[in-house]
Design a protein around this ligand. Structure first.
Ligand code: 3SL
Length: 241
């Protein structure tokens, strides 16, 4: 197994696909996806385009669907939900399909949707993703950060580092043997520096600051938790987890 990290969808190669792609958007899309599925949502269907989301979700029974939309950190007007993992309670999402569009996370998902296996990861379900990798041992694994509108993000990088670090521990394989690019080694160094202060790192991150300005302190605290959810979001058909 060889692990690569690409910090943004734009930096992710387009000429090949890995055996397994892992999309990461700690703040907040992949934390919300994990929370929704853990709370019993029937599925999460992701769209980069709001019009397409509306058209497809219209064909789904009204009582079994929720539309979740975020742009610029805020809920899209007229949608049932924004992108807060804290809204994903069993009472709210249980048995429902979430039709979701977010600024960066759903674009990252779209970028790798043709890979044979597509997972989403966040700090909250890191161990479950590591367990999967340890048992299946895909030959090539790409971790794809969502970043923010094409630029690097600390929170996605630290999550990639948390995955690589734990995988190296549980498989007893040296990091330098697992890592297929320098980004993985740097991400592990970031995780080792901040592993006991993840919430502080999220507060320093530029998107963390944007969310704090919008009043989402509780979301940051939730998203900074390591290994608190046991769900493995896996694409079962194109765009559907
Ligand atoms: O960019 C995204 O996909 C979102 O996760 C951003 S936000 O955290 O909902 O603002």
């Amino acid at each position: 197994m060889k692990l690569s990290l690409f910090h943004t969808p734009e930096l992710t190669p387009t000429t090949s696909q890995p055996a397994c792609a892992i999309v990461i958007d700690v703040l907040r899309a992949t934390t919300t996806i994990a929370s929704a599925l853990q709370a019993g949502a029937e599925a999460v269907q992701a769209f980069s385009d709001l019009e397409k989301l509306m058209a497809i979700s219209e064909q789904w029974p009204g009582e079994k669907r929720l539309r979740a939309g975020e742009r610029g950190g805020q809920k899209v007007e007229g949608y049932d939900l924004g992108n807060s993992p804290l809204d994903c309670t069993p009472e709210c999402v249980g048995g429902k399909r979430l039709f979701v569009s977010t600024t960066n996370g759903t674009r990252a998902l779209q970028r790798v949707e043709m890979a044979p296996t597509v997972l989403t990861a966040a700090l909250v379900n890191r161990q479950r993703v590591v367990n999967y990798l340890q048992s299946v041992q895909p030959e090539t694994v790409w971790m794809v950060g969502s970043g923010w509108e094409g630029s690097f993000s600390l929170e996605d990088t630290v999550c990639a580092g948390a995955i690589a670090h734990q995988l190296s521990q549980v498989t007893q394989r040296p990091l330098m043997e697992l890592a297929a690019n320098d980004e993985v080694v740097a991400a592990v160094a970031l995780f080792q520096q901040w592993h006991d202060r993840l919430v502080d790192l999220l507060h320093h991150a530029s998107h963390g600051q944007r969310l704090l300005r919008l009043g989402n302190t509780a979301d940051l605290e939730f998203c900074a938790q390591l290994d608190v959810l046991t769900v493995l979001p896996m694409q079962r058909e194109r765009g559907v987890l």
